[in-house]
Design a protein around this ligand. Structure first.
Ligand code: ADP
Length: 631
């Protein structure tokens, strides 16, 4: 933040106006917001009203510990004043207000988690970026979609210094002290000509009813001296399900989640029993931009008896369900519940248990409609699978709801589907993990499985590498990497017979010995395998050690790993190349050619694995020599 004084105006020292620059990311967002003809610009009102309501919530909460502030606060309310004479629309609240630091930190930067990462993804194409920004939710800055200048007058509760913040959006804002301001905040929008519709009371009433009806403080429309409350302030979740339309649920979802999509799932129920609570929960249809941000706030708002408490309570939802948004309202906590108490109380744990049970059972129902469920899986499967890894009591239910790619089919399948596909004699569930489906499908390790018609789960998400270490069996079936399927395959009938290997023991031993000599430290061991049918050789890591894929993932992440996994080279005794090499060795011919061939084959398997070659130059040179001989 640059804090230089660019200009000094006005008479008294107190009225000094400071000009400050926005942080770069704010300028980028504002540039897009200001210049886009965003069709959905009406959302600015819901964003500003939501901020005003939050400010009232915050002060109400502060009063619990600082009752002395109350004397200066009236009843909480939000006032909307359109003024056609000045073309301004003002949103006023008597909430917590902002001091100078707040103004600089909250209205001069975008402090939300993941925003920097998100803003990096903006393309420069305004049309596309606006769609992205929509996903991101611009909050306060949405004011600049309809206003060419925004003035914020504010004074923070507990202070006697007031400030006027003002900006036309381009690059900078000004700050001026004015202690005569009342407590709370007024956001004054100097509307653009084309946004004059927002001065019409009928339009304002309509928008408030659509987006902000559930706000628990009165929203008052002020025309001249006339004041009219225009929201019903009835918490939607306390109403009867039968009295709520789909449209109302959707509007509420968009409003609490600052989202633009339709909810994929709406779950509304009242729990009565040991703990009483109401839940109105949603699963979005599109993943929010910051789903993978570790410090992201939970999407669940906690209310106690219709009074907002907090929207940052990690104790309410397991991490693998962090895409769920909505409201929980309970009478089983005191209104003045503190952060420490929230961390300790068993009430939240019980509510959490209830919510999880409901969500999983709802997902189970929806999973019966495959196409519909796949939409959910595409958006959130990658997060949901963390439930196989995180410690929890519901892992078996989570497992039933997971879906996977599998060899021999284009459809996603469940563990149960897999078990139904198992071959006679097959005892384990097999998987192969790697960076992407195409590479996996061509992995030589699958050949022996394909020859026997054994399905193999294809796992491509980084989290897969982790859950396979904690969720090691489904029902009585072990979940085993194809790399570690030692002698399993022998027990299962081939769909078409393999050619018999005619390598004799002596030739084999000599070949394996030579391979080890040529490759040296690159591999720890070389052995024959029955898993390959088309490829001459392949690489595996021993059971219990990090897979090559995980090793690459961690290195790509810049993580230091204490040691590299051992690599075992497996040789297909039926492959003509292997036969040829074995013959040449036993005849004592062509020393360098065979050695070169071993190096080239090894490098090829690295490429197939998706690994960078340690010495691409040497590889090319050797390969070229073979090509030349071939020509
Ligand atoms: P968000 O509401 O998602 O945090 P915004 O861009 O809408 O993002 O607002 C940024 C911050 O500015 C808020 O978190 C809040 O701290 C502050 N703020 C905005 N409007 C008000 C208001 N009316 N009263 C007090 N603080 C406000």
């Amino acid at each position: 933040m640059s804090t230089e004084n660019k200009k000094t105006t006005e008479s008294s020292a107190k009225e000094t106006t400071q000009t400050m620059e926005f942080k770069a990311e704010v300028s980028r967002v504002l540039d897009i917001v200001i210049h886009s003809l965003y069709s959905n610009n009406e959302i600015f009102l819901r964003e500003l009203v939501s901020n005003a309501s939050d400010a009232c919530d915050k002060l109400r909460y502060a009063l619990l510990t600082h009752p002395e502030l109350a004397s200066k606060t009236g009843e909480f309310k939000i006032i909307i004043t359109p003024d056609k004479a000045t073309d301004t629309l003002t949103i006023t609240d008597n909430g917590i207000g902002m001091d100078k630091e707040d103004l600089i930190n909250h209205l001069g930067t975008i402090a939300r988690s993941g925003s920097a990462e998100f803003i990096k993804n903006l393309t420069g194409d305004r049309q596309k970026d606006m769609a992205l920004i929509g996903q991101f939710g611009v909050g306060f800055y949405s004011a600049f979609m309809v206003a060419d200048k925004v003035t914020v007058q504010t004074k923070k509760a507990g202070t006697d210094k007031g400030y006027i913040w003002e900006s036309a959006g381009a690059g900078s804002f000004t700050l001026k002290e004015d202690d005569s301001l009342p407590l709370g905040t007024s956001v004054i929008l100097h509307l653009k000509k084309e946004s004059a519709e927002y001065l019409e009371p009928i339009r304002i009433r309509h928008l408030i009813r659509q987006y902000s009806d559930h706000i628990s403080w009165p929203i008052i429309l002020k025309e001249g001296t006339k004041e009219e409350t225009i929201n019903s302030a009835s918490a939607l979740w306390t109403r009867n399900k039968a009295d709520i339309t789909l449209e109302q649920y959707k509007d509420f979802y968009q409003s609490v989640s600052h989202a633009f999509d339709d909810p994929w799932l709406t779950l509304h129920y009242k729990a009565e029993g040991i703990i009483d609570y109401i839940a109105l929960l949603f699963i979005p249809s599109k993943p929010p931009f910051n789903l993978f941000q570790p410090d992201r706030k939970s999407g669940i708002q906690l209310y106690v008896n219709r009074v907002f408490i907090s929207d940052d309570i990690p104790e309410l939802m397991p991490f693998y369900l962090r895409f769920v948004t909505g409201v929980i309202d309970t009478n089983d906590l005191p209104l003045n519940v503190s952060r420490e108490m929230l961390q300790k109380t068993p009430v939240l744990a019980k509510i959490k248990k209830g919510i999880v049970k409901h969500i999983l059972s709802e997902l189970k129902k929806r999973s019966e409609k495959k196409e519909d469920y796949n939409k959910f899986w595409d958006s959130f499967g990658i997060v949901f699978k963390e439930g196989l890894y995180e410690p929890n009591d519901e892992r078996e239910e989570v497992a039933e709801l997971c879906r996977f790619h599998v060899t021999g089919s284009e459809n996603l399948i469940s563990f149960a589907d897999y078990v139904a596909k198992m071959k006679s004699g097959q005892e384990n569930i097999y998987y192969l993990s790697g960076a992407d489906l195409n590479t996996l499908k061509n992995n030589p390790q699958l050949e022996g499985f394909e020859a026997r018609g054994i399905p193999v789960l294809l796992l491509t998400d980084p989290i897969d590498e982790f859950w396979v270490q904690t969720y090691t069996s489904y029902k009585d079936k072990k979940i085993v990497s194809v790399m570690h399927a030692k002698n399993d395959l022998e027990k299962i009938a081939l769909e078409k017979p393999l050619e018999e290997s005619n390598l004799d023991k002596e030739k084999t031993d000599k070949l394996l010995e030579r391979i080890k000599t040529v490759l040296g430290d690159k591999i720890s061991k070389v052995q024959l395998t029955d898993r390959l049918t088309k490829s001459p050789i392949a690489l595996i890591t021993p059971e219990g050690q990090m897979s090559l894929h995980l090793e690459r993932l961690m290195k790509a992440n810049g993580q230091q790993i204490a040691f590299n996994s051992e690599r075992i080279l497996e040789v297909n005794p039926r492959h003509p190349l292997i036969h040829k090499m074995a013959d040449l060795i036993s005849e004592g011919k062509e020393e360098t050619q065979v050695s070169d061939a071993i190096s080239v084959l090894y490098d090829q398997t690295l490429i197939a694995e998706g690994e960078a070659l340690p010495d691409p130059g040497a590889f090319t040179e050797k390969l070229n020599r073979f090509i030349l001989t071939g020509l």
